[in-house]
Design a protein around this ligand. Sequence first.
Ligand SMILES: Cc1cc2nc3c(=O)[nH]c(=O)nc-3n(C[C@H](O)[C@H](O)[C@H](O)COP(=O)(O)OP(=O)(O)OC[C@H]3O[C@@H](n4cnc5c(N)ncnc54)[C@H](O)[C@@H]3O)c2cc1C
Length: 507
Amino acid sequence: MFTRSVAHRIPLRAFKRWAHTTPTMNYRSVTEEDVAHFAKILAPSSVLSTLAPVSTPASELSIYNNDWMNKYHGKSTTVLRPKTTKEVSEIVKWCNERRIAIVPQGGNTGLVGGGVPIIDEVILNLGNMNKIRSFDPVSGIIVADSGCVLEAMSEYLVPHHYIMPLDLGAKGSCQIGGNVSTNAGGLRLLRYGSLHGSVLGLEVVLPDGTILDQLSTLRKDNTGYDLKQLFIGAEGTLGVVTGVSILSAPAPNASSNVMLALPKYENVLPLFREVKRQLSEILSAFEFIDRRAYELAVKHGQGRALNDEDVEGAECFVLVETSGGKREHDEEKLNTLLESLMEADEPLINTGVLSQSPLQFSQLWAIREGITEAVSKEGKAYKYDISIPVASFKTVVDTTRDHLQSKGLLRDDAVKHVVGYGHVGDGNLHLNIVAAEYSPEIESALEPFVYELVQSYKGSVSAEHGIGVMKTHALQYSKNATSIDLMRRIKTLFDPNGIMNPGKVLP
Ligand SMILES: Cc1cc2nc3c(=O)[nH]c(=O)nc-3n(C[C@H](O)[C@H](O)[C@H](O)COP(=O)(O)OP(=O)(O)OC[C@H]3O[C@@H](n4cnc5c(N)ncnc54)[C@H](O)[C@@H]3O)c2cc1C
């Protein structure tokens, strides 16, 4: 029977790739004259530079120069933290005229090295632009500076009974401008769709400093090309997003979740079909966690471990969330589902752990949300965030593990684990290879192997994290030559001097 409670029961590498693929790029490094100019535009606390006249200790720039995974390391001398769109515009104009390259940076939680410099580009960090500009309680449209932290926006909406249409494990640090620029997916995409639908307008500083004001609050607007879509997922290569208008969603009156333990992976798809059929409009998340990913989360203190008897014999887990308008109605639906699953002649699940309180609800989510962090605590992660048919999730994880085994790399001092988890509801698998250290040997065993595997399923090499610096060479596995050529022409149109986040996205 069901458990009713949780508790009781390049730097060199990147540099080489850059130097190799962009030999004609010719950017100027920031000089003391530039820093003196930035100091005239910005408040003193908004300019960090190891150069005179500011002379910040290099150690203070370290968090901006290194990415979240500590995999990509830049050597920027200067970090600028503007407070207004006008300041952003003046900085960008100056840099464009002097051919100084810029990396726009939000919360620096990106997982493909897009938000840190490759060499010594200026880092334009948007964290000081963090004001909510307006909120309409009737339409639910919220307009905010791009540096607003996602979690802060969610908290702002609570008393108004709305929620942000996206949620992710990095919500405490990532910014809405970074979310838009990566077209972040996350845990609510199944219910609320992608940012291409919920973002209604953007304010963007173009690479020549022009402010493009498209901060519309209209649900419908068919007046020609929808330019804002180009910046959603552009990873800072076309301009700096400074303002975002986004449609929030009415807060559900009741939410519940249950962790289901499955005896075999093959049951995931039939389970998804059944869950969708029975829960229909109240289903809000369907997340997949393989056994090793679960064990790593628990080992590194993410959430609260399930009881041994709930885990026993489970090959993988699925976290189902419901969100709806009426608690009794939703609970009845969920209970009916759980009973039918357990009483089936050939049950798809071994057992399930249903949360009984807000604390238990959060503890179950913490297991799933904490996997990214657990993986990075366990070792150095090679992260492949791929879209493939759901039926092939397990094959892809197993094939990758077998491949590494055949190369003799599956051992404690090389590759420690191959794990899979992700957003089954969106066909998005996070394939993580956890190594003792980043090494060229492991990387060459994984690439292009993984990308070719993805291509064989006609999948995408980046479901939601973007291309950044990590996957520029892999873009060709998911985009044909005509598409890449068109992307390049769009880039040149917006940014003829190529100052905006060079070496990212386009090979
Ligand atoms: C624990 C954890 C869990 C995560 N879970 C998810 C998940 O479920 N789904 C998901 O999609 N991602 C996830 N991510 C990845 C990451 O959080 C997202 O990509 C997020 O959207 C990045 O936002 P950021 O503000 O940190 O951007 P950054 O990392 O600072 O930048 C990311 C990219 O956007 C550009 N950029 C940032 N701000 C701007 C701006 N204002 N204008 C123009 N360009 C800009 C940067 O140049 C860079 O290319 C996770 C990361 C972590 C660490």
